[in-house]
Design a protein around this ligand. Structure first.
Ligand SMILES: CC(C)(COP(=O)(O)OP(=O)(O)OC[C@H]1O[C@@H](n2cnc3c(N)ncnc32)[C@H](O)[C@@H]1OP(=O)(O)O)[C@@H](O)C(=O)NCCC(=O)NCCS
Length: 169
């Protein structure tokens, strides 16, 4: 397995990777609809690639197994999406991608890495918590994170929380 920055030629494969990753939700009755939900389009991926905020993991044959994309927002690097093909999940690929994103946050000189996720889905908030992320208390949410959560709620995503990882000593 090899982790590297995403290239333009990879973009065509990323929607398929994200759709495969989302099959993890098919087993959860209240979130099963996410397995058929819209995924990031090529234009959105292109913006992350152009800004140097997208990475992929590929196997020995060059097949893309997962990706992560992030961008600087205020004083934070925000993880916009992380997806690992359903059949490749649970093998440490997500953790490798997260390590790369945390490294990029340090390189960018920001204070923290942030994200929003499902609080009670085992491979969401608990996975990030084991990596060192902490849930941002409702009362401590910045306007930016509050806005993201409000936008997600408007799209029918309930049970979400914001998390942060301090990347500066
Ligand atoms: C979240 C995701 C990117 C993690 O990638 P991954 O390659 O599976 O991650 P890793 O193998 O490094 O670690 C997975 C962790 O989740 C846990 N996990 C995975 N599936 C699980 C399940 N069904 N039940 C309980 N725990 C589960 C594993 O135990 C593991 O934790 P551990 O290593 O501390 O034991 C991947 O599961 C995914 O693409 N999920 C669907 C899309 C998604 O939820 N994206 C995140 C949006 S915020």
């Amino acid at each position: 397995m090899h982790l590297r920055p995403t290239l333009e030629r990879d973009i065509q494969w990323l929607p398929e990777v994200e759709r495969s990753a989302a099959q993890a939700f098919a087993s959860l009755p209240t979130l099963a609809w996410l397995a058929r939900a819209e995924v990031m389009d090529a234009e959105a991926h292109r913006a992350f690639v152009a800004a140097g905020g997208s990475w992929v993991v590929e196997d020995q044959e060059g097949r893309l197994l997962g990706f992560a994309c992030a961008r600087v927002e205020d004083q934070a690097l925000h993880l916009h999406e992380i997806s690992v093909r359903r059949e490749a999940q649970g093998q440490g690929i997500g953790q490798r991608l997260l390590q790369q994103v945390a490294h990029a946050a340090r390189q960018a000189g920001v204070r923290e890495l942030t994200l929003t996720t499902f609080a009670d889905v085992p491979w969401n908030a608990p996975f990030y918590a084991r990596f060192g992320f902490e849930v941002v208390d409702e009362r401590c949410l910045t306007a930016r994170l509050r806005g993201i959560l409000a936008g997600e709620l408007a799209h029918g995503l309930t049970g979400r929380c914001a998390m942060r990882l301090c990347v500066r000593a």
